[in-house]
Design a protein around this ligand. Structure first.
Ligand code: NAD
Ligand code: UD1
Length: 337
């Protein structure tokens, strides 16, 4: 399939590129490199031995984006591009609303103009906020608690309305749980800017000595060991979910939402202990207060994706920790500049 991928130089995009190229899809990537490096694209080419077209363009630059649609035709768009740091979105809400929503509106305008009506969109479990119970199904109430999460929900609504107005559109919304891990080659992985916000990159940077210790945000949650429980999913499983989503498009699914998670919850201590096992490094930690906006427990019911996409996560917590360590240990400072 001829695919336009936005945000393809990023963490999830680069892993999805590997899976798509391995299946011989023809890809054009658009990314402004605001949160990624071109090195990830070079390494995707090394891993797969395949080529792709890369355009350094901001989705907010509609003229630049239009050229990408003029130069080539596409059968589907996979839309990863967006800013994703929760704390930064609270500090800079306008930046988040502008970048994520204007970028998506520009993309959809060009898709309409050039008759590309299939899109797979990266949403997040963050749209569920603090769930009333677990596991979470796709019909749970939406409750966004920060501008980042709100941008995801607004984009879901924009795509839904576009599909209602023109039923020849197919919109697959994938709500990711907590992506972690890296490609088994150790050549690509997560390379956050500055001090990581998320648990797994924080642990792995402590392991390689870039950070002195982990802060555990609370051990007084009503969970098995008092720490927060999340549904960590290997990024390669997540990437494969996009292949299954593409397979669904010819069946004209209309507008559909799918949770992509494993259905299993692990605590912060589970993550630390398993990471120590694979890295053979002690992860020193301090218990500190709860982080604002954090919830006790969050994990998916991935049954709908299993039934309707034929997808399920295959890799386990050992795979996630082993591959994260392999990436971080081979690239202690992430991608070179
Ligand atoms: P990432 O930051 O590594 O990748 C996003 C890419 O989009 C980056 O390469 C960035 O340079 C690019 N980008 C941002 N704004 C752009 C713009 N205006 N124009 C062009 N390119 C732009 O993030 P990721 O972890 O790979 O996440 C991919 C998508 O999945 C994002 O939409 C994110 O919100 C969503 N998501 C991520 C997670 C997670 O934990 N990583 C969880 C749920 C959902
Ligand atoms: C965070 C975001 C969420 C986003 C998700 C995936 C917040 C409040 N939420 O969720 O919107 O969709 O990432 O990108 O930022 N933890 C520590 N120490 C750390 C980091 C995390 O103890 O240094 C704990 C957290 O309290 C939590 C667990 O580890 O219990 C996972 O945290 P994290 O990786 O940030 O993911 P989420 O909290 O699920």
């Amino acid at each position: 399939m001829k695919i336009l991928m936005t945000g393809g130089a990023g963490y999830i995009g680069s892993h999805t590129l590997v899976e798509l190229l391995n299946e011989n899809h023809e890809i054009t990537v658009v990314d402004n490199l605001s949160n990624s490096k071109i090195e990830s694209i070079k390494r995707v080419k090394v891993i797969t031995g395949k080529d792709l077209i890369f355009k350094q363009i901001d989705l907010c630059d509609i003229n630049g984006l239009e050229k990408v649609f003029q130069e080539k035709s596409y059968e589907a768009v996979i839309h990863f591009a967006g800013l994703k740091a929760v704390g930064e979105s609270v500090q800079k809400p306008l930046l988040y609303y502008y970048n994520n929503i204007t970028g998506t509106i520009n993309l959809c305008r060009m898709m309409t103009k050039y008759d590309v009506k299939n899109i797979v969109f990266s949403s997040s479990a963050t749209v569920y906020g603090n769930p009333v119970s677990v596991p979470i199904t796709e019909d749970f109430p939406i409750n966004t608690v920060n501008p980042y999460g709100t941008t995801k929900y607004i984009i879901e609504m924009i795509l839904k309305d576009i599909q209602i107005a023109d039923q020849s559109w197919n919109v697959l919304v994938l709500r990711y749980f907590n992506p972690v891990g890296a490609h088994e080659s150790g050549l690509i992985g997560e390379d956050p800017n500055g001090i990581p916000n998320n648990l797994m990159p924080y642990i792995s940077q402590v392991a390689v000595g870039r950070l002195p210790y982990l802060n555990i945000y609370g051990n007084d949650y009503p969970t098995k060991d008092g720490t927060g429980i999340r549904d960590y999913i290997h990024v390669v499983d997540l990437a494969k979910g996009h292949l299954k989503a593409l397979d669904k498009l010819p069946k004209k699914p209309g507008y559909c939402i799918y949770n992509l998670g494993t259905g299993k919850g692990y605590s912060v201590y589970d993550m630390v202990n398993t990471f120590e096992k694979w890295s053979q490094c002690k992860i020193p930690y301090k218990i500190v207060g709860r982080r604002d906006g954090d919830i006790a427990e969050c994990y998916a019911d991935p049954g709908k994706a299993n039934r309707e996409l034929g997808w399920e996560a295959k890799l386990n917590l050992d795979d996630m920790c082993r591959d994260t360590w392999n990436w971080q240990n081979s690239n202690p400072n992430g991608y070179p500049d």
